[in-house]
Design a protein. Structure first.
Lengths: 409, 158
């Protein structure tokens, strides 16, 4: 098998070429409206999240994307000739997005989601190019990747899982849904987090949008498997995507916070299109779940459950039971999705670290309970909230609490 | 009865396990330094230190404390012999109405005990959780900086 894989890899390698036609365009060559369009597209693609280091210059690269195969660092997308895209022609840029091939003809690791970007229309790629080539050039050599898989094997991976080709619309469908599908499936690369991946890191296409794992967070299912207590509507999803808050659902947290922050800068009709498509993914769903079975009377509860209930009453209830409309009123937890997910990581992250606004951002706030609750208390509280959601208990809550703690330290 | 460890002393309190620590401190133990501001963990006026961490006592049920050491502003010093943090706040005249100040001092104390060599940016980030409505923020920042220097040199001289 190995021989065969190598043969396939070899065959693919031999077709790689360096494009030497076309020099990078002078920045004055880009009209303002092209650049503005590119800025919108870059926001929809959430490019800045993986291509900006913590406290680094925007798009200058260096953000570590950890994968099961090692760490890939987001590259420098500013037009610096030595360390960024300064020497890239538009043709090379297009090839990277559409075929996953770098400027030296090398295969790019699919942490860069070209399996989605391949769907982009040429015109949109050109606008993205115009936007990036007109950023301030930043000289920033990003750290070397630590991926253990040689690039040649990426050719094999591509043979198995990568299907290049531009997005084709079905003309009979609602144009808004088509627009939403195009944006979500290509630049938005929603499935990169919300679709589970197989052992080789490829999205399981037959389980599209069934929920995935990213950076220690669970990206919830968007398909009929969604456990959202309240059914999502297109309006609620539009509010969520463009502000990070949907009143009866959730506040964006973890990796999704950056996505919604970016979508806040995107014209409303594009966000509405993405929202309409996202909601349509669950068209087969059965609607809002039946109210979960209420808990047993206090006398029947286990000690940890009693303890969890006390912690809830003393630490959480003042905000979460006062009604969303009241001053300081937080989401009633019967509506919260975190306790209904297959794994406890999201709930633990939120209880531990709270929800902290970015500097200059409109208020959204939940205090951190990291110093308030011990690991054992956090475990009791999370176990209690899960039990109250009506879903079967999680296993491995104490380990997940430890893991969330280590992730922050 | 629930046993709590407050400012180095063991105290017995008679309260429901889900009672917030702040109510017990003020209502039963006569420790009125920590203030009730919002009751929602949003303003920081109630901040105390639990095992080295600054926490909001208004949303900390006493059942969550166990034997962990609680410190309030009363534990930082006395009127006759203020601690370095309290001295710095007096010297910078950092209080206007003063309502937020005990919480400010406790959050700053927890930060500096962990690391007295903090940058201005770190002070701002850490203290950003506590709100002051009078607007003495600049003096509060100076006071925390002064306390940091005092605690650094105290560390250096021992």
């Amino acid at each position: 098998v190995l021989v065969l894989l190598c043969a396939i890899a070899g065959a693919a390698c031999s077709t790689r070429t360096v494009i030497d036609s076309g020099a990078p365009a002078a920045t004055t060559a880009f009209p303002k409206d092209r650049i503005a369009k590119g800025a919108t597209l870059a926001a929809i693609g959430d490019c800045a999240s993986c291509h900006t280091a913590k406290d680094g210059k925007p798009y200058a690269g260096g953000f570590p994307v950890s994968t099961p195969f090692g760490t890939v660092y987001g590259t420098n997308l500013t037009p610096d000739p030595a360390t960024g895209l300064g020497r890239w022609s538009e043709a090379e840029f297009r090839r990277a997005l559409r075929e996953g091939i770098g400027d030296h003809g090398e295969h790019l690791y699919p942490a860069f989601p070209y399996d989605h970007f391949t769907l982009l229309h040429d015109d949109d790629i050109g606008a993205l190019y115009a936007f990036l080539m007109t950023r301030d050039p930043v000289r920033n050599e990003v750290p070397a990747n630590t991926v253990i898989v040689p690039r040649a094997f990426v050719a094999v991976w591509k043979k198995l899982y990568f299907h290049p080709g531009e997005f084709r619309a079905d003309p009979s469908r609602d144009p808004r849904l088509v627009r939403g599908e195009y944006l979500a499936e290509s630049l938005g690369h929603c499935g990169a987090c919300h679709t589970p991946r197989n052992k080789l890191g490829a999205e399981k296409k037959d389980e599209a949008y069934a929920g995935g794992e990213v950076g220690g967070w669970h990206a919830p299912a968007l398909n009929a498997g969604s456990t959202s207590p309240a059914r999502w509507t297109a309006d609620a999803m539009t509010a969520y995507l463009s502000t990070g808050i949907a009143d009866d659902h959730a506040i964006a947290a973890g990796p999704m916070a950056g996505v919604t922050r970016n979508l806040g800068h995107v014209p409303k009709d594009d966000v509405e299109a993405i929202a309409a498509y996202a909601v349509s993914l669950n068209s087969g769903g059965s609607g809002a779940r039946a109210a979960p079975a209420r808990r047993a009377a206090a006398g029947d509860r286990a000690d940890s459950d009693v303890n969890g209930a006390r912690i809830y009453a003393g630490a959480c209830g003042d905000c979460h039971d006062r009604g969303r409309a009241a001053d300081g009123g937080a989401l009633p937890l019967q509506l919260a999705i975190a306790p209904t997910l297959p794994v406890p990581s999201n709930l633990i992250h939120i209880v531990r670290d709270g929800i902290v606004p970015q500097a200059g951002e409109r208020s959204r706030w939940m205090p951190s309970f990291a110093g308030t609750l011990t690991d054992a208390e956090m475990t009791d509280l999370v176990t209690f909230l899960r039990a109250n959601s009506g879903y079967p208990p999680w296993t491995g809550v104490p380990a997940a609490v430890r893991e969330a703690k280590q992730a922050r330290e | 009865m629930i046993e709590l460890n407050i400012n180095g002393r063991t105290q017995q309190v008679d309260a429901d396990p889900d009672t917030p620590l702040l109510y017990v401190l003020r209502g039963q133990l006569g420790l009125n330094g920590a203030k009730f501001g919002c009751g929602l963990g949003q303003c920081g006026a109630c901040t105390v230190i639990v095992d080295g961490n600054a926490v909001f006592s208004c949303i900390t049920p006493i059942s969550a404390l166990g034997t962990r050491a609680v410190r309030t502003v009363e534990g930082l010093g006395t009127i006759d012999n203020p601690g370095p943090m309290q001295r710095a706040f007096i010297e910078e005249q950092a209080a206007q109405c003063g309502y937020c100040i005990p919480g400010m001092m406790m959050r700053a104390q927890a930060m500096l005990e962990r690391n007295p060599n903090v940058s201005e940016a770190e002070i701002r980030k850490t203290m950003g959780v506590n709100l002051c409505r009078c607007g003495t923020h600049m003096r509060i920042l100076k006071a925390v900086g002064r306390a940091a220097n005092a605690m650094k040199s105290a560390k250096g001289s021992t």
